[in-house]
Design a protein around this ligand. Structure first.
Ligand code: ZN
Length: 107
């Protein structure tokens, strides 16, 4: 008999693999609707010190929770990226202002 090694895919790997093809919708206050294979589940990431939960039949940390976590992380990263770009633009404008003032004075 051939020896086979079936490695169980971790919840995190499964979530990363499925993430591009599944819909995650924020419902507010750390609650997300995560598209499962057939139906969508409600995930509560337990912000404000609560416990993470999902209403799917799996009684263990499931990939829906991991997918909601990925969604939240990516959304926050994007928000930070936009904020950083705005701050840099404001700073650049601020640095240019004295030069523009000199130019207006004909210097
Ligand atoms: Zn679940």
């Amino acid at each position: 008999m051939a020896s086979t090694s079936v490695q169980r895919e971790t919840v995190a790997r499964k979530a990363l693999r499925l993430y591009p093809d599944r819909t995650v919708e924020p419902a507010g206050y750390g609650v997300y609707r995560v598209e499962g294979r057939e139906v969508a589940y409600t995930v509560d990431l337990g912000i404000d010190g609560g416990v993470e939960s999902c209403d799917c039949p799996a009684h263990k940390p499931c990939y829906h929770i991991a997918m909601a976590t990925i969604y939240r992380a990516r959304t926050r990263m994007e928000a930070r990226r936009v904020q950083t770009a705005r701050t840099a633009e404001r700073a650049a404008r601020g640095n240019l202002e004295p030069l523009n003032a000199l130019e207006r004075m004909g210097a």
